[in-house]
Ligand binder design. Structure first.
Ligand SMILES: [Zn+2]
Length: 301
């Protein structure tokens, strides 16, 4: 890391769904409304931040691009249709770009891991739409093939997921992709090692990596923004070195409860259905349980 990098500490925001209206229940565990999202972008702009992408950072590292004075990275997980329909128009209006992590399995039309019952559908972006966002200058990254947590896969399976998802997405874009986001933010030393051997240049976690941007490029810490993020909290997130605040918080908490981080990833990340999960014998929720629970819930209605 050079001197410039020492001063550079890019905050990375993580969004999921962006909904036109508040949902009737709390089905979508991680969302913001379009009007809240617009306020966030206005605040980003007002505070002098300029959204960049991981690809911009890569070019900067290669000496091919100068970064703005206050760069920030806005990311979206899963590649929901509402990212395309609700978030992107607002980003374009503000002349801002973002990074969108989509699924490698292009036959997936819905985020079944996010659906708890009928009428609670989470459609995903089509190939056409993924191509369109890329053409508009947004960075497209991969989010595994089928949203299975890497923590429970063998190293061979992880490599396969990485290669396959990169391949699938590159073939629809006809362009190279560089960035990956771990499903459920699930990453440990073993997973990180496998990913660092892959063709990806960056990988995003949530609560695990260093609070210093660029130090752990295969476990980039992100700040989750969702319906619980009041505007004043969003302002603090931008104003304070919030990634350090969360880092300290998790260090203290995980000393009291070593499994806390994993519980946090499962309970707070992605979706509400996990809250109803039965625990497996070792106390950890099993992903297969989650999916089966989810599907049977849907089918029994
Ligand atoms: Zn996800």
């Amino acid at each position: 890391m050079n001197d410039l990098d020492d001063k550079l500490n890019i905050k990375v925001l993580m969004y999921h769904r962006v909904l036109k209206k508040e949902p009737l229940d709390d089905a979508h565990w991680h969302y913001v409304t379009a009007s809240a999202f617009r306020k966030h972008l206005k605040m980003i702009d007002w505070m002098g931040y300029t959204p960049v992408t991981f690809y911009d950072y890569k070019l900067y590292k290669e000496g091919k691009l100068t970064l703005p004075a206050k760069p920030i990275i806005i990311t979206f997980d899963d590649g929901y249709l509402d990212t395309y329909e609700n978030a992107i128009p607002i980003l374009l209006e503000m002349d801002m770009r973002a990074v969108i992590f989509v699924m490698g399995n292009r036959n997936l039309q819905r985020a079944y891991w996010d659906e708890r019952n009928e009428g609670d559908m989470c459609p995903l972006m089509s190939d056409e739409q993924v191509r369109h966002v890329s053409e508009m200058g947004f960075e497209v990254g991969a989010h595994s093939m089928n949203h299975t947590t890497f923590l429970k896969l063998s190293s061979v399976e992880i490599s396969h997921q990485l290669e396959k998802s990169k391949d699938q997405i590159e073939s629809i874009l006809n362009d190279e992709i560089y960035t990956f986001a771990y499903p459920y933010g699930g990453v440990d030393d073993r997973v990180r090692d496998v990913v660092s051997e892959s063709e990806f240049s960056f990988a995003c976690g949530v609560y695990t990596g260093s609070p210093k941007f660029g130090k752990t490029v295969f476990d980039i810490r992100r700040l989750a923004v969702n319906q619980k993020t009041a505007l004043w909290k969003f302002a603090l997130l931008l104003l304070l070195p919030y990634q350090y605040v969360e880092w300290i918080y998790h260090r203290v908490k995980s000393r009291q409860d070593p499994q806390m981080l994993e519980k946090d990833l499962y309970v707070n990340m992605e979706d509400g259905r996990n809250r109803k999960l039965k625990k497996s014998k070792n106390g950890k929720p099993k992903e297969t349980d989650m999916i089966i629970h989810n599907i049977s819930n849907r089918n029994s209605r």
